[in-house]
Ligand binder design. Structure first.
Ligand SMILES: Nc1ncnc2c1ncn2[C@@H]1O[C@H](COP(=O)(O)OS(=O)(=O)O)[C@@H](OP(=O)(O)O)[C@H]1O
Ligand SMILES: Nc1ncnc2c1ncn2[C@@H]1O[C@H](COP(=O)(O)OP(=O)(O)O)[C@@H](O)[C@H]1O
Length: 217
């Protein structure tokens, strides 16, 4: 814990920044099972917004784990810390007036709620988007072959949480949706059913929401 530190406010207020840049920051938090479509939707949304000349930036689970979070695994504590850090990073982007689009499984409700509280305490809008598809559908998609590996017992858990997450089979495996929990959002601003709608429709839903709320013009 750092001590003797003092927060240093800048010379430009948030309101002034928004006026000067002509854009308000917001975090769009995509959450859902692996292969539910988070990355696909995040990419398409980022592309769409950039083509509208909006400052949009995507933070993606796999990508961030190559750098900032390369010290973290998939045990419960690591996932908590992963989401805590990304919550802070996303808030920084949104504070800088970006449309920050995150694509993390973020399986724990309390972690997502903490990130929401972090944003809302600074008056930064937080839009939780549940990217929803049933387990049998995402297992069928399995673009990275991870569900297959998990079912085959090839994705091992870490000692800290084996007893917490492992349910009734395959001790030691903890892949989200298979042997580690995913807590569905209870109050997501947007609920997308990617087994029933295409990517275009999902992007349209998010953009309409941003527009209705006045986050983009
Ligand atoms: N054990 C286990 N459980 C879940 N996911 C796993 C695991 N091991 C590796 N992967 C790959 O890592 C991606 C998820 O990373 P996240 O940072 O989004 O996960 S989390 O929010 O911390 O739970 C996830 O990417 P997505 O498929 O894009 O969701 C997987 O590719
Ligand atoms: N409606 C849809 N929305 C998003 N992805 C879809 C949809 N239908 C099929 N897919 C496919 O499902 C897979 C989702 O993978 P990905 O976007 O990496 O998911 P996640 O980031 O949640 O792991 C991709 O291969 C994508 O083409």
């Amino acid at each position: 814990m750092a001590t003797n530190i003092t927060f240093h406010p800048g010379s430009v207020s948030s309101t002034e920044r928004v006026e000067l840049l002509g854009q308000k920051g917001v975090t769009i938090w995509l959450t859902g099972l692996s292969a539910s479509g988070k990355s696909t939707i995040a990419c398409a949304l980022e592309q769409y917004l950039l083509h509208l000349h909006k400052f949009a930036y995507r933070l993606d689970g796999d990508n961030v784990r190559f750098g900032l979070n390369k010290d973290l695994g998939f045990d419960e504590k690591s996932r908590n810390e992963n989401i805590r850090r990304i919550g802070e990073v996303s808030k920084l982007f949104a504070d800088a007036a970006a449309i920050s689009i995150t694509a993390f499984i973020s399986p724990c409700r309390t972690d997502r709620d903490s990130v929401r509280a972090l944003h809302e305490s600074s008056n930064i809008p937080f839009v939780e988007v549940f990217v929803d598809a049933p387990l049998d559908v995402v297992e069928q998609r399995d673009p990275k072959g991870l569900y297959k590996k998990a079912r085959a017992g090839e994705i091992k858990g870490t000692p800290q949480n084996q007893t917490v997450y492992v349910q009734d089979f395959n001790f030691g495996i903890e892949f989200t949706g298979v042997s580690a929990p995913y807590e569905e959002p209870l109050k997501a601003e947007i609920h997308l059913r990617t087994d029933q709608e295409d990517v275009r429709s999902s992007v349209r839903t998010i953009v309409s929401y941003l527009s209705e709320k006045g986050y983009i013009s």
